[in-house]
Design a protein around this ligand. Sequence first.
Ligand SMILES: [Zn+2]
Length: 481
Amino acid sequence: MPPDGAPGKKNALQITSSSKSPSPTNHEIIRQRHGQGPLYSISEAFFRFTIQWVAVALMPMIHLQPDCLFVENRFVADMGITIDDDGIVQHIGTVPDEHTRVVKLAGQALMPGFVNSHSHVFQRLLRGRVEAATPQASFWSWRKHMYALVDSLTPERLGLIARYTFMEMVWSGYTTVREFHYVHHNADGTPYDDPHEMVYRLIAAANEAQINLHLLRVAYPNAEESTQRRFSDPDIEQAIAITDDLRNRVSIPVGIAPHSIRAVSPDGFRRCLEWANHVGAECHAHIAEQPKEVAWAQETYGARPLQLIADTAPLSTAFTAVHATHLNEAEIQRAGSIGIHVCFCPTTEANLGDGVPRTHDILTAGAQLAIGSDSQTEIDPFAELRLLEYNERNRLGRRRVLDPGALLEASTESLDIGKPARLVTIEQGHPSVAGASVSELPSALVMSGQRGCISGVYRGATNIRRHPPASLMQEIIAPSD
Ligand SMILES: [Zn+2]
């Protein structure tokens, strides 16, 4: 399983019956702090007791007490979260003891932060710039604009764009991002003096924005166009070796991302997945985003992309198929039987005219859901979830296809004792959700929630939500405009 949170803690089709809704009392999850040792001598026990008492007196734990808390697909009234001084969840339930400082979040609902499982952070600069109506505009013409932007990137510029965009993600309720990173090298394809220069810029930006960054280093050995030299390492073995080296140099989770079947051979996929499974890393890839890609794979290899990869490589639950827009029935059943994650990016897919994935079928088969802001055409988890559901309603000609509570559960962080607290608060009186009862709130958030209803983003017990500074965007766009 992934180190933290989504993708895919639970199948988004899981529906929790309201009749199962327990009272806050019997639903309470009360756990003791970890590390209760065995038996101590009397003097040692006294010493430990004194130290703990002093620690509690100096650094009391904080209990965030909202009107309701999102737990297991639904909101429950009168529950809160107790967080220690290191920002770790120590208790979920009512106030644990008199030493705990209670912070009341009146009129607020509390829930885990959203996980953005697919991002190309630099593409934020394309927003609004490639939308004018033009005959024959397509994914492939959009890609030309995107490649022109790639050509303009320097480490400094990437760092600035990432700072702004990660801040916008936090402001929008995302607390973790999985960055699918492929601009590795100088424009002529030569590595920077430090081959991880671009990654260090991303890490610095994430630290500043206070977002939890997972880095997926892209393998792209088959460069055919000049821009792609920036993405490409000499061969798949060297791409894996550089990723392995990066993993040993940085403290964030690092996985590997064979870009797509266009850029990596089936055998290359096999090597990436073998490495990922061996070291316990995640492996992500673009899968069947465009019909042209599927046709190319059939022509070149005689099989569709996911079928090809599943036949060749050791797929596991650590694999995330991004998009999976054009899967046939056999591929859907294959994905489900293995339990891979599928990361849908509905606003980007709609923006690029990719098509509509068979989300309900994919999840029913057993795959696990994640969402991503991908091209950053929008950065809004509610918009992604809403479009996912509306795509299915239009495709199937019916209503209420995916369970809203399960969608929220699958697209947010794990809420566990002993894990970092990454949380968001929802202003229940915000016009986009006002009037919804506690039990109706998941539906209201998915069907009408706006970013403005997010009143706080918490890292530990600290609200870190702030507007990305306009001056930063001015600094980014100044050189070209
Ligand atoms: Zn992508």
